[in-house]
Design a protein around this ligand. Structure first.
Ligand SMILES: CC(C)(COP(=O)(O)OP(=O)(O)OC[C@H]1O[C@@H](n2cnc3c(N)ncnc32)[C@H](O)[C@@H]1OP(=O)(O)O)[C@@H](O)C(=O)NCCC(=O)NCCS
Length: 198
């Protein structure tokens, strides 16, 4: 993959039923569809969105400025059959002292349970280590978010710590035990079973 250091030009990635491409402003309607679903945002620090303006604002003020922080904008997950934008997966934070980055993700409920996020996360791990050059990839989920826990486990992350978490959202409070996981590049490259088949 060329030009991966040029975060503005992250390549499109074909994963079969879905593809990954950089999030763009025109994704706001599809983002609002899942962002306004309380089941989707139950374990997230944002949402549910109540007005479509919130999706526009999220793309403009959360995703697009990532470039200024030395991170790619983030990938939209697009369902190939209908070209619908059904979710996001992205490096949303950098831990500079460890050359590490943290991944987050979210998917439209109509597409849950088909292995889409596991496939997308495996690809993001490969991009993070092999193209963006991170040494460690970090990921977290709230204890009771079982689907996210499974995705993380299936992608080979190792549990490292947990801490109590509480956050006052715009609509409701989020609390629980935050489960923290890591994967480092040596472990990743040493275990070829996690790669491929995507
Ligand atoms: C978490 C999320 C991204 C998973 O996406 P997905 O494409 O459905 O995930 P996959 O299909 O790849 O894998 C889901 C796994 O969780 C399992 N799972 C889902 N709900 C479960 C439950 N209630 N109990 C046990 N296992 C469950 C599935 O069976 C599957 O595991 P398996 O392959 O071993 O059977 C999706 O549910 C989502 O967007 N949730 C809302 C946003 C969110 O929570 N983001 C993460 C914040 S940390």
């Amino acid at each position: 993959m060329e030009n991966m250091k040029n975060y503005l030009n992250m390549p499109e990635i074909d994963l079969g039923d879905v593809m990954l491409r950089t999030i763009k402003k025109s994704d706001f309607k599809d983002m609002y569809e899942y962002g306004s679903d309380p089941e989707v945002t139950k374990w997230l620090s944002w949402g549910p969105m109540h007005r479509i303006f919130e999706a526009k604002k999220s793309i403009k003020e959360v995703f697009l400025p990532r470039i200024k922080r030395g991170l790619p904008v983030g990938y939209a997950i697009v369902y190939q059959a209908n070209q619908k934008m059904i979710g996001t997966i992205d490096f949303h934070a950098k831990l500079v002292t460890r050359n590490a980055a943290e991944i987050g993700y979210c998917l439209n409920r109509n597409y849950w349970g088909r292995g889409i996020m596991t496939k997308a996360l495996k690809k993001m791990i490969e991009i993070g280590f092999d193209d963006l050059g991170y040494d460690v990839i970090v990921i977290k989920h709230l204890h009771d978010n079982i689907a996210s826990k499974r995705v993380i486990e299936k992608c080979g992350f190792k549990f490292v710590s947990q801490m109590p978490y509480a956050y006052q959202k715009a609509h409701g409070k989020l609390e629980g035990m935050l489960m923290c996981y890591e994967l480092n590049k040596e472990a990743y490259h040493g275990d070829s079973s996690r790669k491929g088949n995507i």
